[in-house]
Design a protein around this ligand. Structure first.
Ligand code: SF4
Ligand code: SF4
Length: 440
């Protein structure tokens, strides 16, 4: 297939144009966590850009197809690229080409098109896992969430719904009661502050089904900070996992369903505490519209999306900083910056400012902001590489000597639990909102 033919397709043309900006400098190689383990240029941004025509024309070999899958979409290559090339979008387009040729693999087809697209079905699947997980051993080394749930074994080995792929992983236990079963659709402000904003809370699937206490904590902080919170129960999966795996059609259907729900609500901001969802809503949804009008609607919605840390900090009076720790006095913490927050949304300052000002000398900063190695399905299909990448994170976490690791992405949290347990780093992993209160 010639590149002339490819250039007739708008998404292929955009991919070719983006890729053509590459000047071959190689800066991305030295910053790519996968290359640091794999040492093959084929898995890097430059390697793909050099052969983009052949790759878009569909790689014949299994190895070439596998290399397209071997990217975390962490965004580090884009961050350092002198041309600002969106290599994550190039990879997503290449994966779409593979799906167009081969169809979705069976497991991804079930996951994206049958389960994640249907909230009720996802709920039933997780409920079944929640019943079965009690037969699995708990893990005492790492605790998920705030002290209030310390008595519950919140980390389990080999959860059954991942058993074929688990390979000894530790995962947070899934919830028995989901977030939408405990939170109503309207939560009024706790009234500590005079200025009341009206915000929509977009929870994301992992917070709804696995980490509902995180969702409760985010809504609590928002209401403490003077916000009325709308929590539409009809919201669904953001679709980022489907998009990242080349299933743009399902991702677009998921995004459109959410658009219908969110557009109807009158609110100042759409707030999420999930870095991955935030990145989807802000950056990916506007690319999933089927025509200019739909893309404009997504773009208008994206302009209202904020990470929880952004709205918390903007509500805070810098002169009398209102946030206080909810952890026992003297508890030391560190911060793991999710790639989908720092790189994809460029939100770095806000969580750092909140944590520095809230915890003072008890905040022990990590010396890097590197990827934890999760990368969604990357973690399932390339677990040995994922573990190797996470070993560096484990070493740096140990050096901080912090008792708690704070983050704001359920995917990172899952990886942190696993890497800390494997490296025998005792501690607690929790969301930023679980660590603070906005008392005013
Ligand atoms: S997105 Fe991350 S893993 Fe993928 S090529 Fe870029 S730096 Fe490497
Ligand atoms: S850093 Fe950017 S311009 Fe340089 S080789 Fe990588 S993708 Fe190309």
């Amino acid at each position: 297939m010639s590149s002339e033919y490819l250039s007739e397709d708008p998404s292929m043309r955009a991919c070719l144009e983006e890729s053509s900006k590459c000047i071959g400098c190689g800066t991305c190689l030295t910053n790519c966590p996968v290359y640091a383990q794999d040492h093959r240029e084929e898995v890097t941004a430059r390697g793909r850009n050099r052969h983009i025509g052949d790759l878009l024309a569909l790689p014949g070999s299994e190895k070439a197809a596998g290399d397209i899958g071997k990217c975390l979409l962490c965004g580090r290559c884009t961050m350092v690229c002198p041309r600002g090339i969106r290599n994550d979008l190039i990879v997503a387009t290449l994966r779409q080409r593979l799906v167009a040729r081969n169809g979705l693999p069976f497991a991804k087809n079930i996951a994206f098109r049958k389960i994640m697209q249907d909230r009720a079905m996802m709920g039933r699947s997780v409920r079944m896992a929640a019943r079965l997980q009690k037969f699995l051993p708990g893990e005492a080394c790492v605790v998920v969430g705030n002290a209030e749930c310390a008595a519950v074994p919140t980390v389990r080995r080999l959860p059954l719904f991942f058993s074929a792929l688990a390979k000894g992983r530790r995962l947070p236990a899934v919830a028995n009661v989901f977030l939408s079963e405990t939170l109503p659709e309207f939560i009024p402000t706790a009234g500590h502050f005079g200025v009341c904003r009206r915000v929509v809370y977009f929870s994301g699937c992992a917070t709804e089904f696995v980490l509902p206490r995180t969702g409760e904590a985010i809504v609590r902080v928002l209401t403490e900070a003077g916000m009325d919170v709308l929590f539409p129960h009809a919201q669904g999966c953001c679709g980022l996992a489907a998009f990242a795996n080349g299933d743009a059609e399902t991702a677009s259907a998921m995004a459109r369903r959410n658009l219908e729900v969110l557009e109807k609500l009158e609110a100042d901001d759409i707030v999420t505490g999930c870095a991955t969802c935030g990145s989807a809503l802000r950056d990916i949804w506007p690319r999933l519209g089927r025509d200019p009008e739909e893309r404009a609607r997504f773009t208008a919605l994206a302009a209202k999306v904020r990470d929880a840390s952004e709205v918390i900090l903007s509500a805070a009076d810098p002169g009398a900083f209102p946030c206080r720790s909810r952890l026992p006095r003297g508890t030391t913490i560190t911060w793991h910056e999710p790639c989908h927050l720092g790189r994809h949304q460029k939100v770095s300052r806000e969580p750092l400012t909140i944590l520095r000002r809230t915890f003072g000398e008890d905040f022990h900063e990590l010396k890097e902001t590197g990827c934890c190695g999760f990368g969604g399905s990357f973690n399932l299909y390339h677990y040995s590489t994922s573990k190797a990448i996470s070993a560096l994170k484990a070493q740096n976490l140990r050096e901080t000597a912090a008792e708690c690791v704070v983050t704001s992405c359920p995917g990172c949290l899952i990886q942190l639990v696993d890497l800390m347990a494997r490296h025998h780093i005792p501690g607690r992993v929790l969301h930023l909102a679980e660590a603070i209160t906005f008392r005013g």
